[in-house]
Design a protein around this ligand. Structure first.
Ligand code: FES
Length: 153
């Protein structure tokens, strides 16, 4: 953790980048209390200040998540084009509700505001990859593909 923080000058303007990096390098994709305390100490800030800043942004999580984060867009353009039925299919296929993680620790399901890819609405991201023009019929194949790739890695 200290090595990661040491890549940045100890200045508050780097706070969000540090938090991103710490969350990314955590295999459970979340900001632990220890990670936020380390950032606070490195920047000379109060832990409550770091936590307060992080909690303002929906991309940060404060609880362990799955190896793959599914974020489906819940903004109106995607909603109008069927995101709700796609979300319901994800819920059915994964057997979890929004905000939950599958029991095998593989997937966490989240909603998000506009992903910036409205041209391919309805859309979702799984980790760093965008999936657009979604339909419920295609969801099971996407999930199975990721399961297979994960098993093979
Ligand atoms: S509204 Fe869904 S990607 Fe923009």
């Amino acid at each position: 953790m200290q090595r990661l923080l040491g890549r940045y000058p100890p200045a508050r303007e780097h706070l969000l980048e540090m938090l991103h990096d710490l969350q990314d390098q955590n295999p459970q994709h979340y900001l632990s209390d220890d990670a936020m305390a380390a950032v606070a100490s490195y920047l000379g800030l109060a832990l409550s200040d770091v936590r307060g800043t992080a909690s303002f942004y929906s991309m940060f999580s404060f609880a362990p998540r799955g190896r793959h984060i599914i974020r489906i867009c819940a903004s109106p353009p995607c909603q109008l084009l069927g995101a709700t039925t796609v979300l319901q299919k994800l819920i059915d296929v994964l057997g979890i509700a929004v905000g939950e993680t599958t029991t095998d620790g593989l997937f966490t399901l989240e909603t998000t505001s506009c992903l910036g890819v409205c041209g391919v609405a309805p859309a979702m991201m799984i980790d760093d990859e965008v999936y657009g023009n979604l339909a419920p019929e295609g969801i099971e194949a996407v999930i199975e593909k990721i399961r297979r790739e994960d098993e093979a890695s």
